[in-house]
Ligand binder design. Structure first.
Ligand SMILES: NC(=O)c1ccc[n+]([C@@H]2O[C@H](COP(=O)([O-])OP(=O)(O)OC[C@H]3O[C@@H](n4cnc5c(N)ncnc54)[C@H](O)[C@@H]3O)[C@@H](O)[C@H]2O)c1
Ligand SMILES: N[C@H](CO)Cc1c[nH]c[nH+]1
Ligand SMILES: [Zn+2]
Length: 405
């Protein structure tokens, strides 16, 4: 399917969910995921969650908890760096700004090809740290396993639904009898999921379009080839649509790496022989989801990077460190959207409001406002400034209703 066909296909499914709610959800669960949940429903019960938690081996629990605590610490720190409120006073005018979290969010945890318990943490923790009250997790039936449920419980998620793909996005955006509408949808997914998020944007907020994964690697002549091969394969294994780039200053290194890669991975790889400086320019144009600077002297290069979702610096830092454990969310903009958007973070779930307070002393300002309104022929905009300093009895002295505009 080309992009236009996907768009129509997705909008038909969303329309069906909008008009037929749960009935349509059950139909698509059967069609795309081959499960019949019409009797049991698609909300996961507390008992199912508690039983799953009991079955998780201690070692795995500790692995997930270690990742959770790093990711929570990072996002709590990020929250502490965002000023809650600020204001200033100038010529009697008080102006300020404050942030509030969205009240509810859906988090989409993908799960067609692989199961992603890490994505549960990478989406829920930033929302928690932002102060979102209602976090609703959706994931395809195939992905509803013990590890995913344990991760959700660790993040304090109480509402979990066994539903994925376009229908999950449609149900979150429009609501069904089972699932109450949310204000925002965050999280990565395949091309259908991303198109669905794009289409419901406006009715709900979305984070960014995080689709098939990507990595660009800038490598110097001394990089161990094994590091590059492993890091290319790591992102290629997500999806045949994943894209990988290698930009290297040494022709021999490129051919050494290519010889070590399987044929399938070569189809997903683009290579460029160029200086390290030129490589940064090319990468800024690609705007990859992940950028690895596998070079000895990375400080200068790092300063020139403008467009990348997350940057992994130095030989010792694989993309997998960010995928699982370091702290920042692994939900990052793909397909060039790092040119204008950022990875998921506390900021994703915050809204900004400005507040303005005028006083009688602002006479000159009222006059300016009235004059600007006059220039737009907006009579009542003008009056709303004038009544406050010039003609306070304008409406009170009139007989009858104010004329319709
Ligand atoms: N950028 C990131 O942060 C990030 C993180 C993790 C994963 N990913 C990416 O997320 C993607 C996950 O994709 P996925 O497919 O494995 O899981 P997914 O959850 O996005 O999609 C699976 C669901 O799609 C639906 N579906 C399947 N075929 C369909 C069809 N023909 N029409 C309509 N709906 C259909 C089904 O309901 C299925 O359950 C991968 O590309 C991976 O690289 C990105
Ligand atoms: N690389 C993916 C997109 O950033 C995230 C992920 C999850 N699990 C493994 N990797
Ligand atoms: Zn990954």
């Amino acid at each position: 399917m080309d992009a236009k066909q996907i768009s129509t296909y997705v909008s038909d499914i969303i329309e069906d969910i909008k008009n037929n709610g749960d009935k349509a959800v059950f139909k698509y669960l059967k069609k795309f995921d081959n499960v019949d949940l019409s009797k049991r429903g698609y909300r996961v019960s507390q008992k199912v969650i508690d039983d799953a938690v009991k079955r998780i081996p201690k070692l795995l629990k500790n692995v997930i908890k270690s990742s959770y605590s790093n990711i929570l610490a990072y996002h709590k720190y990020e929250r502490s760096q965002i000023k809650k409120r600020w204001n200033y006073v100038k010529n009697g005018l008080k102006i300020g700004q404050f942030y509030t979290p969205v009240e509810s969010t859906g988090i989409y945890v993908p799960g067609g090809r692989f199961s992603y318990p890490s994505t549960v943490i990478m989406t829920a923790v930033p929302a928690m740290a932002a102060g979102v009250k209602r976090i609703v997790m959706v994931t395809p039936p195939k992905n509803m396993n013990d590890t995913v449920l344990f991760s959700a419980k660790l993040c304090g998620i109480k509402e979990i639904y066994c539903i994925g793909g376009v229908m999950a996005v449609g149900a979150l955006a429009y609501g069904t009898k089972t699932l109450k509408k949310v204000d925002m949808i965050a999280g990565p997914g395949n091309a259908y999921v991303n198109e669905a998020k794009r289409q419901v944007f406006g009715r709900v907020g979305i984070d960014s379009l995080a689709g098939p994964t990507e990595v660009a690697i800038i490598a110097d002549k001394d990089v161990p080839a094994d590091y590059v091969v492993a890091d290319i394969m790591a992102q290629a294994e997500h999806d045949p649509l994943a894209k990988t780039y290698l930009l290297c200053e040494a022709a021999e290194k490129i051919s050494e790496i290519k010889k070590l890669l399987p044929k399938e991975a070569l189809k997903q790889l683009k290579t460029e022989l160029c200086s390290l400086n030129k490589a940064v320019g090319i990468v800024n144009n690609i705007a990859p989801e992940h950028l690895e600077l596998l070079v000895k002297n990375y400080q200068v290069l790092l300063k020139s990077v403008k467009n990348a979702g997350a940057i992994f610096v130095g030989y010792q830092t694989p993309t997998a460190s960010g995928d699982y454990w370091a702290g920042p969310s692994h939900v990052l903009p793909t397909n060039g959207s790092a040119k204008f958007s950022s990875g998921l973070s506390v900021m994703t779930f915050l809204k900004r409001s400005a507040h303005i307070e005028m006083s009688k002393n602002n006479k000159k300002a009222y006059k300016t406002i009235a004059d600007f309104a006059q220039a737009e022929s907006m009579q009542y905009h003008k009056k709303s400034a004038e009544v406050r300093y010039l003609i306070p009895s304008f409406f009170a002295n009139r007989k009858g209703r104010t004329a319709d505009i």
